[in-house]
Design a protein around this ligand. Structure first.
Ligand SMILES: O=C(O)CCC(=O)C(=O)O
Length: 365
């Protein structure tokens, strides 16, 4: 898949700005007043559902069914939930956070060897989108491909420490296993065969990539975001954030809910492709990241995606006369070009896929 080859402006590492000890942030990061973090309603005393997945592995049918029901309700009502007892070892989660923390604390010249381009996004980056003059987010990141295996290129992974690749490989293999399990749960909860969603993602050719987000301390956190509001373009996201600092906010009923991360939990969310396949039974929900003046923050987002060249459209078993197909078909490759060129813009892209049902009926007759 090709996009633009070069960034429109020289790349500035947010971490360098933060480490220079500036008291104010450059204009490029300052949102217009009505878009600033403090301008929106925030919901207090509420959090996304926390689900113990232990029941999925239990021989007790009641516990199994109750766990399925909790996941189903969270996918329909929130599009976001945390899971514990998910099968991925806690010490592996700690180690993978630690190796990425080490990466971001390497000298800048060493990190620059991995500088990415907007063509594939793989490597060390500091912006999403290639619009000249765009307002930027207060974060750096590292992006890499894991699946399908033909896209994986170890030469594009950090090699500063011999164990780095091994830990990342081990971690990604575990999270992909968990993704496969949850894909079954999501399918069963829609009344589908358990492998129906996985097959719609391309079966063995399913995609998985990792974005490691690094949010340096920010002297003016009320003026900017670590990541602007967006919904994830892919299928399902498994987020492992630092548990000692919050930052993620999820939109629910037009208010922002601050997620309190639980230790050794994953934050799971529905992406746009899953909303389309499920014909909007499952919701891909807007979220954003706040920054902090006193502490930096790290998060690892594994995106579990359909293979790039398959058409993604509402699954036919979920299309009825009462609920016609809400979205027009598009491949994931085409879909993600938009975010790669324009950056993060709320839910505008999945909204743009909506079919005009009345117009379609008219065309049909
Ligand atoms: O860092 C976070 O909490 C969220 C990251 C995120 O939304 C993303 O990587 O798409």
């Amino acid at each position: 898949m090709s996009c633009v080859q070069e960034w429109p402006e020289p790349i500035v590492r947010v971490q360098s700005l933060a480490e220079n000890g500036c008291a104010t942030i450059p204009d490029r990061y300052i949102r217009v007043p009505k878009e600033r973090p403090g301008e929106d309603l925030v919901a207090h005393d509420v959090d996304i559902p926390l689900i113990d997945l232990g029941g999925l592995f239990s021989p007790d049918e009641g516990a199994h069914a109750a766990t399925l029901a909790k996941v189903g309700k969270a996918c329909r009502e929130w599009g976001f939930f945390q899971v514990v007892n998910h099968g991925v070892p806690g010490d592996l989660m700690d180690r993978v956070l630690e190796v990425w923390r080490q990466f971001f604390h390497l000298p800048m010249e060493e990190k620059q060897r991995y500088a990415n381009s907007p063509n594939t996004y793989e490597g060390y980056g500091s912006r999403l989108g290639v619009e000249k003059g765009a307002i930027l987010d207060w974060s750096d990141y590292y992006f890499l491909h894991y699946l399908p295996s033909g896209l994986k290129d170890h030469n594009k992974w950090p090699a500063h420490a011999p164990y780095h690749r091994d830990v990342v490989e081990e971690y990604l293999a575990e999270v992909v296993k968990l993704s496969g399990r949850l894909m079954k749960v999501l399918a069963i909860n829609l009344g589908l065969q358990e492998d129906r969603l996985q097959n719609a993602f391309g079966g063995e050719e399913v995609g998985a990539c990792l974005r490691v987000n690094f949010y340096p301390k920010c002297p003016q956190p009320d003026l900017t975001f670590g990541l602007s509001s967006h919904s994830d373009p892919g299928g399902l996201t498994f987020l492992l954030p630092d548990s000692h600092v919050s930052g993620l906010q999820v939109c629910k009923d037009n208010k922002w809910v601050t997620v309190k991360p639980s230790r050794h939990a994953f934050i799971v969310n529905i992406g746009d492709q899953m909303q389309v396949l499920s014909n909007a039974h499952y919701k891909s929900v807007e979220h954003r990241v706040m920054v902090n003046p006193n502490v930096e923050r790290l998060s690892l987002a594994l995106f579990y995606n359909p293979t790039g060249n398959l058409l993604i459209e509402p699954i036919k078993e979920l299309v009825t006369p009462q609920k016609p197909a809400l979205y027009r078909p598009m491949t994931f490759n085409e879909y993600r070009l938009y975010i790669r060129s324009t950056g993060l813009h709320g839910k505008s892209q999945v909204e743009s896929l909506k079919r005009n049902i009345n117009q379609d009926k008219h065309d049909h007759f």
